[in-house]
Design a protein around this ligand. Structure first.
Ligand SMILES: *[C@@H]1O[C@H](CO)[C@@H](O)[C@H](O)[C@H]1NC(C)=O
Ligand SMILES: *[C@@H]1O[C@H](CO)[C@@H](O)[C@H](O)[C@H]1NC(C)=O
Length: 321
């Protein structure tokens, strides 16, 4: 008999929870289990997104700051403030600030990665974001690669060296941009986080922005080119300033036509602007974590083949996430 009563109790508790709270998160996270009965959530909400890792201020996103309150199990997030125009949520400073985290800068939010090559690329501004560029379906001539952008699971940044979201972020925000600031057209260099990737500063839509490329065959970018060998270690460590000097020196050398003397195993950067089809990959080859898709946020700007289908599939996507 007692077990029936217990069962009833469990059922009743479940029901009361269902009426009081939005239970969507429980289904995948089960983070609700520890909410004490009778505790009012007030203006707060259970942190089913996993934003909170300690009590106190945190950023819901670039515009909304919250306060995290520990519960016996899990966290309550209480909205703190919506940042005013020109201010963004900065978890390091603990408030809305004019000093933006790299991914919250206006340029970062406007930036759109262009697929110039097939592959997987870090975002130039947002350390949490990566771009999947796959060969267009049916390989029609002249069509650019299909593009899909994805965000790493919360609190992790994208590591271009391993193509995984493995860099633990402080306060859930980036501490630096993946690419140095563009100051002039043609400025280029290796990405600090991967010797296989390099950036070139280009003008697009009247704005100077960095385009990230990847060296073929696992080659390494140094000395202004993709080269089969990694940069020799005995080179003195270059500071960002001396690197800039080196870059300008190299580009002036190039202008005076000295690149003819470069050995044949090196490539001119311009070669990589070609959209030559490299290889085909299965659609999910690069999704390291394909069994945990709910951790990834994606934006997909693959061109619809029939415009009628577009909204339907988009809605279905939303349902899925
Ligand atoms: C930030 O989060 C708030 C609250 O969830 C939401 O209303 C707002 O749209 C988000 N802003 C952005 C830019 O995603
Ligand atoms: C070009 O830039 C303007 C503002 O700078 C923006 O509104 C527009 O959407 C951009 N166009 C493209 C294709 O990126």
């Amino acid at each position: 008999m007692w077990w029936k009563i217990a069962l009833l109790l469990v059922f009743a508790i479940n029901q009361s929870l269902t009426t009081s709270f939005d239970l969507r998160g429980v289904i995948n996270g089960n983070r609700m289990a520890g909410v004490p009965l009778g505790m009012s959530l007030g203006a707060g909400e259970l942190d089913v997104e996993g934003i909170c890792i300690r009590s106190g201020m945190a950023c819901q996103n670039c515009t909304v700051s919250i306060t995290c309150v520990p519960l016996p199990v899990g966290w309550l997030k209480v909205p703190l403030e919506e940042c005013k125009d020109g201010f963004t949520c900065n978890a390091g400073l603990g408030k809305c600030s004019k000093d933006a985290a790299p991914e919250c800068e206006a340029s970062a939010r406007q930036f759109q990665h262009t697929c110039e090559q097939v592959g997987i690329f870090p975002d130039a501004y947002d350390c949490r974001k990566f771009h999947l560029c796959s060969p267009p379906e049916g390989l029609p001539d002249g069509r650019p690669a299909d593009h899909r952008a994805a965000l790493c699971p919360r609190h992790y940044g994208y590591n271009p060296q391993t193509a995984q979201c493995s860099i633990k972020l402080q306060n859930g925000q980036c501490s630096e941009k993946p690419v140095p600031e563009c100051r002039s057209i043609g400025q280029n260099g290796v990405l600090p986080s991967s010797s296989n990737h390099y950036y070139v500063c280009l003008i697009k839509n009247q704005t100077l922005y960095p385009q990230i490329f990847i060296c073929p065959h696992g080659w390494h970018f140094w000395g202004g080119f993709c080269q089969p060998e990694p940069e020799p270690k005995q080179n003195p460590v270059v500071t960002p300033e001396s690197e800039t000097n080196k870059e300008t020196k190299e580009s002036s050398e190039e202008n005076s036509g000295k690149e003819d003397t470069v050995k044949t195993s090196t490539y001119k950067i311009d070669n990589f602007f070609s959209t030559e089809k490299v290889a085909t990959y299965a659609a999910d080859t690069f999704l390291a974590d394909k069994f945990d898709l709910s951790n990834y946020e994606t934006t997909d700007d693959v061109q619809p083949s029939q415009s009628d289908d577009f909204f339907n599939s988009f809605e279905n996507d939303n349902d899925f996430w």
